[in-house]
Design a protein around this ligand. Structure first.
Ligand code: R5P
Length: 263
């Protein structure tokens, strides 16, 4: 791996802890103005100081994020579908690699839809992205999409999708927590970050964070469970404590409650 690619990766997975808190705010790429992300700047900017990386599209980056932020940028570069369209798995590349470089991205992210009728096209797009990324030293994060029509969100399916992503050359895999998650981590030879999924109680989301780290994930790429919380800043601080300071779920939740009281 060349220096540039390793340097970019080190801006996503922090070298001092080997962990990462990524704030996922890319949902609008197929969901439009998602609840509590209607005005991206208002949601994202107050949380940015507590995230290592921001995961978002180039449109939101250019329109809504100050150039002075400290965060590394992981650019969502797959899309082309919408929640009212026919098939969410029918994604293609929506951003060229040279534009990702212009955006000073530290990584690019693409979803794969293993088990869907567009499985092949999304896996070939991943392969193309890895090849283009290597030309400029850009790491690729593969997101294992889940959905009704895909496999169950269990260790068997998530191991399959994560391993395929790593085999094709993804540098980091983003997937979902499940029972037996250790098996998913063990059989995936590249670092895994966990998505938060639909909104849970804060206590449950912090447990999910703790369990993911305990099972070997290097961090989270979390969205709704942070910015759909009534207390997003206490929530992201609690997530950070678990991810970067090895706090337990209880210690994280105690911090969350304490910060809410102080507000
Ligand atoms: C989904 O494909 C999007 O890429 C989101 O970034 C991802 O689902 C993580 O966000 P959340 O924690 O809200 O699930």
């Amino acid at each position: 791996m060349d220096w540039g690619l390793r340097n970019r990766l080190a801006r996503i997975i922090m070298p001092d802890t080997g962990r990462s808190v990524m704030l996922a705010v890319d949902h609008g790429y197929f969901l439009g103005p998602t609840s509590r992300l209607e005005v991206p700047r208002k949601t994202i900017m107050p949380l940015a100081p507590y995230a290592d990386a921001l995961m978002l599209t180039r449109g939101i980056l250019r329109s809504s994020i100050d150039t002075s932020v400290h965060n590394s940028i992981v650019l969502r570069v797959s899309g082309g579908t919408s929640i009212v369209g026919e098939d969410l798995s029918n994604e293609g590349l929506i951003t060229a690699m040279d534009d990702a470089v212009r955006c000073n991205a530290s990584g690019v992210a693409l979803s794969i839809f293993v088990g869907s009728k567009h499985e092949r096209q999304t896996l070939l797009a991943l392969s193309q992205l890895v090849d283009e990324g290597h030309k400029v030293g850009m790491p690729v994060l593969a997101v294992t999409a889940v959905g009704k029509e895909l496999g169950k969100r269990d260790a068997r399916y998530l191991s399959l999708a994560s391993r395929i992503a790593a085999e094709i050359g993804a540098h980091v895999v983003k997937t979902y927590y499940c029972d037996g998650f250790e098996k998913v981590v063990e059989s995936c030879p590249v670092p895994i970050v966990v998505a938060g999924g639909p909104k849970l109680t804060e206590k449950d989301a912090l447990e999910l964070t703790f369990n993911s780290i305990k099972a070997g994930a290097v961090g989270v790429d979390m969205g709704r469970n942070i910015w759909q919380s009534d207390n997003p800043i206490p929530m992201i601080k609690a997530v950070r404590k678990i991810v970067h300071e090895d706090a337990t779920a209880k210690q994280g939740y105690d911090l969350y409650k304490k910060l809410c009281k102080e507000k």
